[in-house]
Write a protein that binds this ligand. Structure first.
Ligand code: 5GP
Length: 203
């Protein structure tokens, strides 16, 4: 059985670090963390094919035309998209698929995979801590910091639509929580293959 765990939340809330640690703990046999494609320029230390696939706007538009994306959205003035093929493959391999996507992406994925999706909204205990983390990361200009904060508040208004709210205060505790959520995501009982399971069970 496979599942999709969607994580949304403000940039700087720590989503990516938490997911990476959970994938490390559960192992690559059981998990797949989707690498998105983006037109955003790489930050210092980010690697193509590891953090994102960094492409030009023209390349991105070509990928859209070729139906390469499961979903895509414009976030903070850049394009971001989730590639279709690796997700399908990971689901076939009965993995837990983690998607770090914004609220628009969540809306799209929920429509495509309503039966196997578990959603988690990750944020900081308050705005001040988010500002501190973004400043510490040192990757934002004053202008992009402003855009990200406005976007953060808009995204926060959607918390109620997610299954879980994870307030990332102590990193270790957040990892424990997400690991638990990920394991339980496999047990959702509204799976499309439930009838097959019942037939097999009754043989
Ligand atoms: P960042 O530029 O900080 O890496 O990401 C900005 C935002 O884009 C984050 O909220 C992140 O979750 C979102 N994002 C990253 N990849 C995707 C994607 O493939 N699809 C969508 N819809 N959002 C994405």
């Amino acid at each position: 059985m496979s599942s999709i765990v969607v994580l949304s939340g403000p940039s700087g809330s720590g989503k990516t670090s938490i997911v990476k640690e959970v994938c490390q703990r559960l192992g690559s046999e059981r998990t797949y963390f989707s690498i998105s494609t983006t037109t955003r320029p790489p930050r210092d230390g980010e690697q193509n094919g590891v953090d994102y696939y960094f492409v030009s706007k023209d390349e991105f538009l070509e990928d859209i035309a070729n139906d390469e994306f499961l979903e895509w959205a414009e976030v903070h003035g850049n394009y971001y998209g989730t590639s279709l093929k690796p997700i399908k493959q990971a689901l076939q391999e009965d993995k837990i698929v983690f998607l770090d996507i914004d609220v628009q992406g969540f809306d799209s994925i929920k429509k495509i995979y309503p039966d196997i999706i578990t959603s988690v909204f990750v944020t900081t205990p308050n705005k001040e801590i988010l500002i501190q983390r973004l400043q510490k990361r040192g990757t934002e200009t004053q202008e992009s910091l402003k855009v990200r904060l406005i976007n953060a508040l808009n995204e926060m208004k959607r918390i109620g639509d997610y299954d879980y709210l994870l307030i990332n205060d102590v990193f270790e505790e957040s990892v424990e929580m997400l690991e638990a959520i990920a394991k339980v995501s496999l047990l959702k009982s509204n799976k499309p293959d439930l009838n097959t399971f019942i037939k097999e069970w009754n043989k």
